[in-house]
Design a protein around this ligand. Structure first.
Ligand SMILES: *Cc1c(COP(=O)(O)O)cnc(C)c1O
Length: 418
């Protein structure tokens, strides 16, 4: 989003025009930004056989999936329906890694039927898998190396109490199950949670995985998950992708040389690829001055973007209707009957009723975590691609809210209640 001639634009399109055309609240995505993030990561690791699997739980709009497919990405999915949407978008089954957590064996079998790669994250399922499929279907195993990244405790997955992955300390047990059932382990995986800032922390976790990788002779790839930090606040420190590429790429190549086999290096970022490409645009309904606070109340709330309330996430906010107005302090809040503050005490160019506020970094876990709470409809989504705006999801209507409700006949009074 750049400020040109006093208005904010993406790929040459004025964001205010988009609001006029498609209404508010509105999610807007910039395909060029998604592709440039993909290429940045790809290029940082070009000395290795790198594959990038988009962790699509961040945003499964089929058009976003296609943008990443065209860029060359594969997919990481966490549910059968994500997997099916990926197939609909045109990904080949072998380009998809299905990484569910705590699903029943039926869902694993259904994934195998879809032909996608399976990532197993507990020993119970590994045993069932071994009994049923033995060496006929190769698998990936999710290991928890217990190396901690930063970030909010809700999104850390590497700690000792985490439900994710099989503990690195249980590796002997894993090997027994693998051997007893002739399971072909073609991949090892780790995802330590979000917001790893330091390349050295990442390499430390990778070392833990490499320590045991030698035990698996059918190995073809190592998947190091995600956890790349993007800037949410202006001036935020982010993962230095080039530094990581150098340090981790070198370590990985060294390892391949040691074992005399060229493995593939996989990543599965979500946020890194799509977060910054997204803007959430909301209309200011009221400016309300209370005794203590100036509130800017918008036509949205935690039903459309819950990250600030759920994770205490900071999302940068700008007043795109008044880019040169004097700056004042506001708390930006929603219309839900519940505390739903998008930002406390933000310095914004003077906010007037009718202005449009842009909430930044809304491309990941924005629409996907939206709900119909307060019987509000979900917003529309627009993709800007090749300088043109495309509606990629219609705004919901009252019909959508009522569609699956079944109205029964409550007019007759039963004897029981007389
Ligand atoms: C959510 C998730 C990711 C993506 O995490 P980001 O922080 O969005 O990059 C990657 N891998 C797995 C297994 C996940 O569950």
């Amino acid at each position: 989003m750049t400020l040109l001639e006093n208005h904010y634009q993406v790929q040459g399109l004025n964001l205010l025009d988009l609001c006029a055309e498609f209404g508010t609240p509105l999610y807007v995505y910039d395909s060029a930004k998604i592709v440039s993030q993909y290429n940045m990561l790809k290029n940082a690791f070009k000395q290795t056989k790198v594959k990038i699997k988009y962790a699509c739980k961040a945003n499964t709009n089929i058009n976003i999936l296609k943008v990443l497919k065209n860029a060359g990405a594969g997919l990481d999915t966490v549910s059968l329906n994500e997997t099916r949407i990926g197939l609909m978008a045109g990904f080949k089954p072998e380009e998809i890694l299905y990484t569910p957590n705590c699903v029943g064996f039926e869902e694993i079998k259904a994934g195998i039927e879809l032909g996608v790669k399976i990532n197993i994250d507990n020993i119970s399922i590994l045993e069932q898998f071994g009994h049923e499929f033995g060496s006929t279907v190769p698998v990936c195993i999710r290991i928890n190396p217990h190396v901690l990244g930063g970030g909010n405790s809700h999104i850390q997955t590497g700690h000792i109490d985490s439900k994710f992955g099989i503990s690195i300390h249980q590796i002997r047990h894993v090997l027994r199950v693998v051997k007893a059932n002739n399971i072909v382990v073609e991949g090892l995986h780790m995802h330590t949670g979000s917001d790893i800032l330091d390349a050295d922390v990442f390499v430390r976790a990778v070392d833990v995985l490499l320590d045991v990788a030698g035990e698996f002779e059918d190995l073809k790839y190592l998947d190091f998950g995600s956890g790349f930090k993007v800037a949410y606040r202006p001036g935020d420190v982010t993962t230095d992708i080039k530094d990581l590429g150098k340090k981790l790429g070198n370590r990985f190549n060294e390892y391949c040389k040691e074992i005399g086999k060229e493995l593939e290096l996989w990543f599965e970022p979500g946020k890194f690829l799509v977060s910054e490409a997204g803007y959430f645009l909301a209309h200011v309904n009221v400016v309300k001055q209370t005794v203590s606070t100036a509130f800017a109340g918008v036509d949205s709330g935690q039903n459309h973007l819950i990250r600030p309330m759920m994770y205490d996430a900071y999302h940068h906010i700008t007043n795109i209707s008044n880019p040169t107005g004097v700056q004042r302090i506001y708390s930006v809040v929603g219309y839900i009957c519940e505390t739903d503050t998008f930002g406390y005490d933000r310095k914004l160019n003077e906010v007037r009723e009718g202005d449009i506020l842009a909430i930044h970094n809304a491309g990941a876990y924005g629409f996907m975590m939206s709900s119909n709470y307060n019987s509000r409809v979900r917003p529309a989504e627009v993709l800007i691609h090749n300088g043109e705006a495309h509606l990629i999801r219609k705004r919901e209507t009252l019909d959508d809210l009522i569609r699956n409700q079944i109205e029964i006949d409550l007019s007759k009074t039963a004897e029981l209640t007389k």
